[in-house]
Write a protein that binds this ligand. Structure first.
Ligand code: GLN
Length: 513
C-alpha cells in the first residue's frame, strides 16, 4: 500500500478497522509534501504539528471506543480563501497576509466534525481571480504532470495537491470554473455544486452570485463522500438552500438507467484543441456503450457567457473588495511613511503658494485607502476592480451590468430547455490542456477565453463535474465536463462513477521528480 495514492474511502475504512492510524496517514502525506512541494508549490502553509494533533485526536477517540466520523483521519487540503480558525487565511493576497480568522468557515467546521484532518492551505490566484494560479502574491503553483506548465486556476493548489498525492481530498471554490478547470488540467475529479448547495459562510467573497465551494478527489466516489460532508443548509449563509442532501456516498455506485445525454455543437467550434475534442467525443461513445442515448442540444446564448461573466464577476468583485481598505479590513500601508509623504507634499504646496493644490489634497483617510489598496492588491485584482467600477458607474450601468443580467437569464433558459430533453450535458471543460507557465500572463483576453465552457454553469447556478477522460499527445490530462439541472449532483456523481468503472484515466498518476 502506498498511502499517498490511496482513496479517501479506503483510508477511512483502514482507519476505522485499526489497520492504519490517522497519525500514520498524516505523517506519510506530510513527508510527501515535504519532499515534493518545494518544486510544485501547491501548498501555501502546512503546519505539521497542527495536522498531527488533529490526527492524534482521531486516534485517541478510536482508542476510547468513541464513534468516528465519516472522514475520520482523512487529510483534506483547503484553498486559502476559506477561513480556518486561528490559522492565516490570505486569499494569496498581500492584502490579507496578516489575517487570522477567529472562526472556521462552515465547510471547515463540517470537515472537523467528520474527523477530517485539515492538512494545509493551498495556493490560488489572488482572491480566486484567474485561471492558472499565476496571480498568487506568494508564488506560482506548477502542474504535477509537467512542472513547466500551469495547474489551472484559480484552485490550482488544491487540484495539484490531490494530483500529487499530498491529500486524497481538497476543497476549492468555483466562480467561473475554478474547480473544474484545474481538475481537468491536473487529471483529477472536481465538482462545482449547485449555487446554494454548500454554505459559503467563511469563504472570502469574490462574486457572490456565482461563488460556490466544492470538492476535489481522485474519483467520483471520493468526491461524493466529501460533498456529502460539506453540503446542506446553513442558517449563517442565507443563499444556502434548505433541501435534503442525498447520501451521495451510497448512491454513487448505482449506475443510471435510460440515461439521456446531450452534446452541444457550440462546444466543438473554434478554439477547441483537436486532442480535447477527440477525447470528449470518445467519452460520449463510452456513455453510448454503457446504454446512454445521445442527442444534440443547443445552447444558443452560450457564446455570450464569457462577455456576461466578465461584466458580472468584476462588478460584484469591485463591490465585495471595497471593504479591504486598511481600516475596515486588510493590511494597512505604513502610516508613518504615508504621513511623512503627506507632510512633504503640504510643505511643497505651501512653499509654492499653491492654494488650489492645497485645497485638493486628499484627506489623510483617502490617502490611506488609496495607498493601502495600491500596495495590497496585485495587477489582476486591480484590473477587475476597475472593470467592475466602470461597468457599475452611472451612465454605464444599464449598458453593461443590467444588460449582462438580462443575457444571464437567457443563458439559464437555454439550459432549462436542454434539461427538459436530456439528463445531462457532456462536453469539454477547457479548450486546451495545460499551457506553459507565463504563456498567457500578458494576454488577459486569451486567459478569460479559457473559461468558455465553465462559466455558463455559474451564470445559471448549475452543478458541473470535471473528470479525466484521456491524455493529449504530450501526456497531459484532458477533462470531461458533465452538467445537470440544479440540485442534480447525485446524477452527476453516478454518471461520473459509471464512466470511471468503464475507464481507467482517473487512476493514472503523475511521476514526480
Ligand atoms: N477564471 C475565472 C476568473 O478568473 C474563474 C475564477 C473562479 O472560478 N474563481 O474569474
Amino acid at each position: 500500500m502506498f498511502i499517498p495514492h490511496e482513496s479517501a474511502t479506503d483510508l477511512v475504512a483502514l482507519i476505522h478497522s485499526g489497520d492504519l492510524t490517522a497519525v500514520e496517514v498524516t505523517t506519510a502525506l506530510l513527508e510527501r509534501i515535504e519532499r515534493h512541494d518545494a518544486s510544485l508549490q501547491a501548498m501555501l502553509r502546512v503546519d505539521n504539528q497542527a495536522a498531527l494533533a488533529q490526527a492524534e485526536a482521531i486516534d485517541a477517540r478510536r482508542r476510547r471506543g468513541e464513534p468516528l466520523g465519516s472522514l475520520a483521519g482523512v487529510p483534506v487540503a483547503v484553498k486559502d480563501n476559506m477561513c480556518t480558525r486561528g490559522e492565516a487565511t490570505t486569499c494569496a493576497s498581500r492584502m490579507l497576509e496578516p489575517f487570522v480568522p477567529p472562526y472556521d468557515a462552515t465547510v471547515i467546521g463540517r470537515l472537523r466534525e467528520a474527523g477530517a484532518v485539515v492538512i494545509g492551505k493551498t495556493n490560488l490566484d489572488e482572491f480566486a481571480m484567474g485561471s492558472t494560479t499565476e496571480n498568487s502574491a506568494f508564488g506560482v503553483t506548477r502542474n504535477p504532470w509537467d512542472p513547466e506548465r500551469v495547474p489551472g486556476g484559480s484552485s490550482g493548489g488544491s487540484a495539484a495537491s490531490v494530483a500529487a498525492g499530498f491529500a486524497p481530498l481538497a476543497l476549492g471554490s468555483d466562480t467561473g470554473g475554478s474547480i473544474r478547470a484545474p481538475a481537468a488540467l491536473c487529471g483529477v475529479t472536481g465538482m462545482k455544486p449547485t449555487y446554494g448547495r454548500v454554505s459559503r459562510y467563511g469563504l472570502v467573497a469574490f462574486a457572490s452570485s456565482l461563488d460556490q465551494i466544492g470538492p476535489f478527489g481522485r474519483s467520483a466516489a471520493d468526491v461524493a463522500v466529501l460533498l456529502e460532508t460539506i453540503a446542506g443548509h446553513d442558517p449563517a449563509d442565507t443563499t444556502s438552500v434548505d433541501v435534503p442532501v442525498p447520501r451521495y456516498s451510497e448512491s454513487v455506485s448505482r449506475p443510471l438507467e435510460n440515461l439521456r445525454i446531450g452534446w452541444v455543437k457550440e462546444h466543438f467550434g473554434a478554439g477547441i484543441g483537436d486532442d480535447v475534442a477527440a477525447a470528449v467525443r470518445e467519452a460520449i461513445r463510452t456513455y453510448e456503450s454503457l446504454g446512454a442515448s445521445v442527442r444534440e442540444v443547443s445552447l444558443p446564448h452560450a457564446k455570450y457567457s464569457i462577455a456576461v461573466y466578465y461584466v458580472i464577476a468584476p462588478c460584484e468583485a469591485s463591490s465585495n473588495l471595497a471593504r479591504f481598505d486598511g481600516v475596515h479590513y486588510g493590511m494597512r500601508t505604513d502610516e508613518a511613511v504615508m504621513r511623512a509623504e503627506l507632510d512633504d507634499e503640504r510643505a511643497r504646496l505651501e512653499k509654492a503658494g499653491d492654494e488650489r493644490g492645497l485645497a485638493d489634497m486628499d484627506t489623510a483617510m483617502v490617502r490611506l485607502y488609496r495607498k493601502t489598496r495600491a500596495e495590497g492588491f496585485g495587477p489582476e485584482v486591480k484590473r477587475r476592480i476597475m472593470l467592475g467600477t466602470y461597468a457599475l458607474s452611472s451612465g454605464y450601468y444599464d449598458a453593461y451590468y443590467k444588460r449582462a443580467l438580462q443575457v444571464r437569464r437567457l443563458i439559464r433558459e437555454d439550459y432549462d430547455r436542454a434539461f427538459a430533453e436530456v439528463d445531462m450535458i457532456v462536453g469539454p471543460v477547457t479548450p486546451t490542456t495545460a499551457f506553459r507557465l507565463g504563456e498567457r500572463v500578458d494576454d488577459p483576453l486569451s486567459m478569460y477565453l479559457f473559461d468558455l465552457y465553465t462559466c455558463g454553469a455559474n451564470l445559471a447556478g448549475l452543478p458541473g463535474i470535471s473528470l479525466p477522460c484521456g491524455f493529449d499527445g504530450q501526456g497531459l490530462p484532458i477533462g470531461l465536463q458533465l452538467q445537470a439541472a440544479p440540485f442534480e449532483e447525485e446524477k452527476l456523481l453516478r454518471a461520473a462513477h459509471m464512466y470511471q468503472t468503464a475507464t481507467d484515466w482517473h487512476t493514472r498518476r503523475p511521476e514526480l521528480a
